[in-house]
Write a protein that binds this ligand. Structure first.
Ligand code: ATP
Ligand code: MG
Ligand code: MG
Ligand code: MG
Length: 561
């Protein structure tokens, strides 16, 4: 490609809201532009890398027998209603109506669609197992789209789904996919870890997330320095033995009195070290006014555990309610701006966040109650904390923390969707059985950004060869110089003929600008045709190592191969 006419508008000053390095570099290198919050245009350089990532994914998935198909992005509401996720997805689901006023959603994931398709397509166990996949644009109205491609509202995902007639068959597919994912992420050049993850209430059992290690990552990887143990934070917590690091919450049943004890004393009565207590929070859980005593700073995770206690709805208590129940001093509980928030299995975190935010503000805390007298403790829940330096749950080594970007996840769904969508096959005895299912996702556009997070320096991107937009950046340092121009044109054609992808900087720019842009775009090899073009000598630089050498033009293609 000739850079003079190539759509790669490099940028000097990136907008302040581009916080992540990958976001900044992609803007600067002319790889992407924002169209709306979390919605991006992938310009040709980015598109080339995406194509390469997709090709690696296709190779590895085809190799384990998965079949590519394409499912629609426009989903009728009925499918999502049947699975219960029309509600559960909350605001993250992008909804729209057609001209007949029928409800639709733009697909954030495709369990519903694929299950309904297989339901009608497969009647017998003889057709199983089956694994299908697609690479497609997904839509999620993320509460906080940020970090460029790392968290978009429209993004590219590879999603795969498998169907089985036995847990053994599902297990086999799951581990095959685990292997394929490891090969894919290795090939794209990422340092990553598969971590055991919390299956939450998705209905399934086993699940792994694949985490690319990077400081911008929003997830915490907890791993052992003495074994293969690696988990996400939630999972690491649940792997811990119960107690002594427990917390409790009490459902408030008795009226408090103004002269009641303090929260610290309440905590002590519950067997906690008063120093550990962070705060108490009054909320209404399923119409029951409840007092929560939270320890530590990790309120989001703690309040979110409410869901596991079977709660359906949660909201902050209003001042009136608190006063009525506790006879409390107004002001000890702050103003309430949170509407009733349904807690749903898959989306509990998002709902909880809104509540937990409030809990951090002054005035949201109830300070004068004591257990026993003011309320009964009717439910206990341990909120275990994991800290760096703790012993690994497998007894081998010490836990370490790292920030990770979730680039993929594999999941044993079981019959979560086949049951709700009534998708069944006939087994050997002619009996109808719900399919056992697995689902497997890779964030393709997120993977691209993760590669840049891991492969860059101060000057720009440093592409791993496998996913570089081009292999070679050929620069004609001065296009007005006949020797240079002629030699560069010749090399441009030779390199292409050798089947090597080359970006040819034939722009009428100064050499300094070209070198800068070449470093920024970061192709693995830079070939500069400059002052010694007359002698047929060119200068080659390896982007990653900085290694430079002079070659004769005739040696170049052999060297590149
Ligand atoms: P996250 O925890 O980051 O919100 P998720 O667990 O909701 O991700 P999945 O439903 O597991 O995501 O989707 C499969 C993959 O799609 C993820 O592992 C991730 O790589 C990618 N992905 C999810 N949400 C986004 C997004 N908003 N932008 C880009 N990629 C995404
Ligand atoms: Mg998400
Ligand atoms: Mg996740
Ligand atoms: Mg996930």
């Amino acid at each position: 490609m000739r850079q003079s006419t190539y759509l790669a508008p490099t940028m000097r000053d990136v907008p302040a809201d581009a916080e992540a390095i990958s976001h900044q570099l992609m803007l600067r290198a002319g790889m992407m532009r924002q169209i709306a919050a979390g919605v991006y245009a992938y310009l040709p350089l980015a598109k080339r890398t995406i194509t390469k990532i997709e090709a690696i994914i296709r190779e590895e998935l085809d190799a384990i027998g998965a079949q590519e198909l394409t499912l629609p992005s426009l989903h009728p509401a009925e499918l999502w209603q049947a699975s219960g996720r029309w509600e559960a997805m909350g605001d993250e689901l992008v909804r729209l109506k057609d001209r007949h006023n029928r409800d639709f959603a733009l697909g954030p994931t495709h369990e519903e669609v694929i299950t309904s398709l297989i339901k009608d397509g497969i009647a017998s166990y003889k057709k199983l197992p089956l694994c299908v996949y697609q690479v497609q644009t997904k839509f999620r109205d993320e509460r906080r789209p940020r970090f460029g491609l790392l968290r978009g509202r429209e993004f590219i995902m590879k999603d795969a789904y498998s169907f089985h007639d036995s847990p053994e068959s599902l297990d086999e597919a799951y581990w095959q996919m685990h292997g394929a994912y490891s090969r894919i992420f290795t090939r794209v050049g990422l340092e990553f870890r598969p971590v055991i993850a919390d299956s939450g209430a998705m209905g399934g059992k086993d699940t792994h997330e694949f985490m690319a290690l990077a400081s911008v990552g929003e997830d915490t990887v907890v791993y052992s320095d003495g074994s293969d143990y690696a988990a996400n934070l939630e999972m690491a917590k649940s792997a811990l033995p119960e107690a002594p690091s427990v917390q409790a919450h009490g459902l408030l049943e008795k009226r408090a009195t103004p002269e009641a004890k303090t929260v610290d004393e309440a905590a002590e009565a519950l067997g906690f070290d008063a120093d550990d207590i962070f705060k108490a929070l009054v909320v209404v859980v399923d119409d029951v006014l409840s007092l929560f005593i939270l320890r530590g700073n990790d309120e989001l995770n703690e309040v979110k555990a409410l869901h596991e206690l079977g709660a359906k709805t949660l909201r902050m208590a209003s001042e009136e309610e608190v006063v009525a129940a506790f006879g409390a001093t107004p002001g000890s509980i702050g103003p309430v701006g949170v509407k009733d928030v349904p807690i749903y299995a898959d989306y509990r975190i998002r709902s909880m966040e809104r509540i937990a935010c409030g809990a951090n503000e002054t005035g949201y805390h109830y300070v004068n109650v004591g257990p026993g007298r003011d309320y009964e403790v009717t439910a206990y829940k341990d909120f275990r904390t994991v800290r760096e330096g703790d012993p690994s749950p497998d007894g081998k080594g010490t836990l370490r923390f790292a920030e990770g970007i979730e680039i993929g996840q594999i999941f044993k769904l079981g019959t979560r969707y086949s049951e709700s969508l009534d998708a069944k096959y006939l087994d050997g005895q002619g009996k109808a059985q719900p399919f056992l299912m697995g689902c497997y996702g890779i964030g393709v556009s997120r993977t691209l950004a993760a590669v840049i997070e891991q492969h860059h320096d101060e000057a720009g991107i440093v592409w791993p060869k496998a996913v570089a937009p081009f292999d070679v950046h050929l620069l004609a340092l001065n296009v007005k110089n006949e020797d240079q121009k002629t030699l560069a044109e010749q090399l441009y054609s030779d390199i292409r003929q050798a089947g090597i992808d080359v970006l040819y900087d034939d722009r009428p720019e100064r050499a300094g600008v070209k070198f800068k842009d070449a470093d920024l775009i970061g192709l693995p090899v830079r070939v500069a045709v400059g002052k010694r073009a007359g002698e047929g000598i060119i200068e080659v630089k390896v982007r990653k190592t900085g290694e430079q050498l002079e070659l004769t033009a005739s040696e170049l293609v052999r060297w590149l191969n």
